[in-house]
Design a protein around this ligand. Sequence first.
Ligand code: NAD
Length: 265
Amino acid sequence: MDLKNAVVFVTGAGSGIGAAIASHFGRLGSSLFLVDREQDALKNAGNFLISIGVKNFETFAADISQELDSKKMVNQAIKRFGKINIVIPCAGLIRDGLLLNLEKETKKVKSKLSFDDWQDVLNVNLNGTFLTVRDCAEKMAEGGWPGLIVPISSVNKAGQLGQLNYSSSKIAISLFPKVIIGEFLLKKILNIRVVGIAPGYTRTPMLEKMNQSVLDSLLKTVHLNRLIEPSEIAKLIEHISSNEALNGTTVEITGGICHAHGVVK
Ligand code: NAD
């Protein structure tokens, strides 16, 4: 893919991984269509792009979990740039909590994962990603442009305690590449590849919302012994865009997470 002439469509572009991807591809000369539901975050991301000399972008405020917003943002991207080549649906959120939390003494349930927290996470991470992927893919299939879709899963697809909602959304997202590419083969949609990414613990505002002691203990399982930088994820996506052999799979980028417990002597 010729990245200088590519149109890169990023959701969740106001913060963290999405914002880093925007500046990475902006520096490479791609045109950027940037979506977030937070206007201020989008404005800051836009100002940062201008400060590093990136001018060929449009920001668009939308809630990716709303079907109408999804349609509007994709139509606007086509209106502005005439095509979409790379889609990176980064918008996502966490609402951590245990399914049940008991009083130590009485064993009575003192709190439980609320249905709102369950639904909010599934609505954005799963339903929203579905809408972005479907609505962009529709234009890309009809346009016949060289294309790549990169759904963002997470290493916590393995099942993180306290994240029943988040882990459920991310295991589902990790299946997108395999199922969609199978359907594309069936229907001879051969111009679009789908390659997911499952990042490990990455230095972004989302992670700052996690409990610090939980985060410290999680980092003890990382061979690299540090958080991943969002720019390292952007570099991986650049590589994926140039390597056609990667397709129909979800690639982990974690710094080497070891979930095994116990000491090997
Ligand atoms: P972040 O909180 O820094 O950024 C997420 C962005 O998504 C925010 O700007 C937010 O406003 C936007 N957003 C949320 N809901 C939205 C909606 N309905 N419509 C439009 N925009 C919306 O998070 P991040 O760490 O950059 O995460 C980006 C993606 O990477 C998420 O899907 C996340 O699950 C995934 N991820 C993150 C990590 C990590 O350690 N940070 C690890 C694995 C996967």
